[in-house]
Design a protein around this ligand. Structure first.
Ligand code: HEM
Length: 206
């Protein structure tokens, strides 16, 4: 779970980095060029298969963990001090992950399906930037993206440090550094993603 989690953490850096080209305010020229390169490059197509395998494995491992935890304690504690022992988001990883999955289904239907249909039917190069402008012109879609990103925020806050802990990196000196790195990473990534729909909806970029 730590390994697939770290892989997805790295994917989000690449994804946010490429998408941030829209902030160049060049009508999406750079962004479309990079997206076109990524979708027509066989190495990247291969990585993409790895990405979907990674997502599915991460979900399956998460479900197994929930089952194992339930089996390990069939009878609930009479007195539970969960609030004192752990943060709410670390106890809600399954719920947060489910919200992210719902977000992903919506997200892929917005951007992934159309690109692939255009790629395999040999249509005109798909203008992903125009697609983004269109998708994010609907305020309800923007709100749904914000909800998905809030869920991803808390999932990453716990997931980042948890992944390192799984690798045995649990040390008095290093753990606070990893925790801080997790917060910095999450704030930067989520802010970058959130600014995309918001700036398009408000017309800050064109
Ligand atoms: C909110 C800002 C986001 C925008 C504007 C955005 C935009 C896009 C676009 C345009 C594509 C299609 C790329 C292509 O086919 O070449 C894409 C694909 C994808 N996005 Fe996002 N994305 C955002 C956030 C996210 C988040 C938060 C996740 C994960 C939780 C995510 C996961 C994916 C995945 C798995 C794919 C398909 C794989 C790929 O083509 O790289 N995206 N996104």
């Amino acid at each position: 779970m730590g390994f697939t989690g770290l892989f997805l953490i790295i994917f989000l850096i690449v994804h946010a980095g490429i998408n941030s080209c829209i902030f160049l305010n060049d009508g999406g020229e750079t962004f479309n060029a990079v997206a076109h390169f990524m979708s027509h490059n066989w190495i990247m197509r291969f990585v993409e298969i790895g990405l979907f395998v990674g997502i599915i494995l991460h979900i399956v491992q998460g479900l197994m963990l929930v089952r194992q935890n339930a089996a390990a304690r069939p009878v609930q504690y009479a007195v539970s001090k969960a609030n004192k022992n752990s943060a709410w988001y670390s106890r809600s990883m399954g719920l947060l992950g489910t919200l992210i999955l719902l977000f992903l289904v919506m997200h892929l239907s917005h951007f992934y399906v159309g690109t692939k249909v255009a790629l395999y039917s040999g249509d005109q190069p798909h203008n992903l930037y125009e697609e983004m402008v269109h998708v994010f012109s609907n305020v309800w879609v923007v709100i749904l993206y914000m909800i998905g990103l809030i869920a991803l925020f808390w999932h990453l806050i716990h997931g980042f440090q948890s992944a390192f802990q799984t690798f045995g990196l649990n040390h008095k000196r290093y753990s606070p550094i990893i925790k801080t790195a997790g917060w910095v990473y999450t704030i930067v990534i989520i802010t970058a993603f959130a600014l995309m729909p918001v700036s398009m909806y408000l017309g800050w970029i064109s």
